[in-house]
Write a protein that binds this ligand. Structure first.
Ligand SMILES: *Cc1c(COP(=O)(O)O)cnc(C)c1O
Length: 467
């Protein structure tokens, strides 16, 4: 054992040997040194545990190449690109919406150059950061005024805090939603200082339930879009228009948390049932809140539109400073919203919209193309076939709607790693690929694969098989 320890090269010798590796030369020295030390420590514990017993395994040329790979893997940025082969378009764990190139460029420019973030170029004086998106949001939604904050959870929080702190807000029991990542209406309500006044039953709420709940303590009526679930069967929901009528009679503002906040009507794509922001405004909602990075397809943001008096009050709330939107987001958001001025352009230029509305024949064609590429890479190890399947919008939108797609299925031939093992190995490729398994096959959904990722999918599968 002592002899084996003596065969280990010193850290400096390894560093010198790795000196020519171009991808390591750009890294901070301390980072590379730590990774080399960890690699050698790993070998020491292998020797101690009796896992490494053959001196041939400590051949320096072999060690240097193994160490080079280990150092590259260990020094990769923690936050990095992955390939999404799940078919879930707005995948919260994989970064929700991808930005349109126009939006990414605008964000990069906002980072690399000074900007008129809070500077009024008309007067040469201090300006408002919100001014950049107010007009376009008014035009797109029909609302009187608009405000943007960090995300929709913050939008709901500040709206309730401003309009209803210490007073009651009436909500249907069927709408006390929990969104992934611990956003729950009752808890946000409590944090805002507003008092939740639940009405109706889980499956049925009537207009009279709201009317009977209104007292001198009532501050607002709230409608929450049940984004990620549907109540089906014997049900009754009060429509926004009905709620607005009650609000008007009782002189109370009506707030709607739309969640996803579509600006696009997807009915023509066979995706009915999701209200648009424009419709909520037209139906008379006084304040509407929604996300920037769900089906809207922009950056993470919370958008609040509605009546000028309420938006002005929310804007002045000191809490607004704590949940303030940053300049990169604002730049990306404005660029995304500009694309919506031409709805046809929006559907092709905004990746989230393009992926949701992708035509089934185009997906079938892309799947066949991927299958042809993979048949070459995986010859002898996996049978590659295409089959009909279903993708999801994700992000809590269109919860029970399947989008028809074509999947590429990889079924192992004798001797090949199981789909489960392959799926795990794909988490360690560069870049990692996220896919699902079903019925003894690994499934790749082309809906969420960009055209220029098909050859990359083949390359990472080859990496996974070498592992
Ligand atoms: C997603 C969602 C939220 C939270 O929005 P974020 O932008 O994720 O903060 C709030 N309400 C509803 C109904 C949602 O669907």
């Amino acid at each position: 054992m002592q002899n084996l320890f003596r065969l280990l090269p010193p850290v400096d010798a390894v560093l010198a040997a790795l000196g020519d590796t171009a991808s390591l030369a750009v890294l901070p020295r301390a980072m590379v040194r730590d990774a080399v030390t960890d690699f050698l420590d790993g070998l020491r514990s292998d020797i101690r545990a009796g896992r490494l017993t053959d001196p041939a395994q400590l051949d320096h040329a072999l060690l240097f190449s193994q160490c080079g790979r280990a150092v590259i893997a260990a020094t990769r940025p923690h936050f990095r690109r992955v390939i999404n082969a799940t078919g879930v378009v707005v995948h919260t764990n994989l970064g929700r919406s991808l930005l349109a190139p126009e939006a990414a460029t605008a964000a990069a420019e906002a980072c690399l150059r000074y900007s008129n973030l809070e500077f009024d170029l008309a007067t040469g004086e201090r300006g408002s950061r919100y001014s950049h998106v107010v007009d376009i949001l008014r035009t797109l939604t029909g609302a009187e005024d608009a405000l943007v904050v960090n995300n929709n959870a913050a939008a709901v929080l500040i709206t309730l805090e401003t309009l209803a702190k210490g007073r009651e807000v009436v909500v249907s029991r069927g709408q006390l939603v929990e969104i992934g990542g611990s956003f729950r209406i009752p808890e946000i309500m409590a944090k805002s200082g507003a008092i939740l006044r639940e009405v109706g039953a889980t499956n049925r709420t009537h207009p009279r339930d709201y009317e009977n709940a209104v007292t001198a303590d009532t501050a607002a009526l709230l409608k929450v879009h049940t984004s990620n679930y549907r109540i089906v069967g014997f049900t009754k929901e009060v429509s926004l228009a009905e709620l607005v009528a009650i609000g008007r009679r009782c002189n109370l503002p009506v707030i709607e948390d739309l969640g996803s906040g579509n600006l696009t009507d997807f009915t023509s794509c066979n995706l009915p049932g999701e209200p648009t922001v424009q419709q909520a405004v037209a139906d008379g909602a006084d304040v509407v809140t929604f996300s920037g990075d769900k089906v809207l397809g922009g950056p993470q943001a919370g958008i609040i539109v509605g009546r000028a008096e309420y938006i002005a009050a929310i804007r002045k709330n000191p809490l607004n400073r704590a949940i303030r939107i940053d300049k990169m987001t604002l730049a990306a958001l404005e660029a995304t919203l500009r694309l919506y001025r031409d709805p046809t352009l929006a559907r092709t230029a905004i990746p989230t919209l393009a992926m949701i509305t992708a035509a089934p024949p185009a997906l079938a064609k892309k799947a066949r193309k991927l299958a042809t590429i993979l048949k070459k890479t995986l010859a002898g190890s996996y049978a590659v076939t295409t089959l009909p399947g279903a993708s999801r919008v994700g992000g809590g939108a269109f919860p029970e709607r399947d989008l028809p797609t074509t999947l590429v299925a990889l079924s192992p031939l004798p001797g090949a790693p199981s789909p489960h093992t392959l799926r795990e190995r794909l988490l360690a490729t560069e870049p990692p690929l996220i896919a699902r398994t079903q019925d003894a096959a690994l499934l790749l959904d082309v809906r969420t694969l960009a055209d220029d990722e098909l050859h990359l999918v083949a390359a990472v599968l080859a990496q996974a098989l070498e592992a």
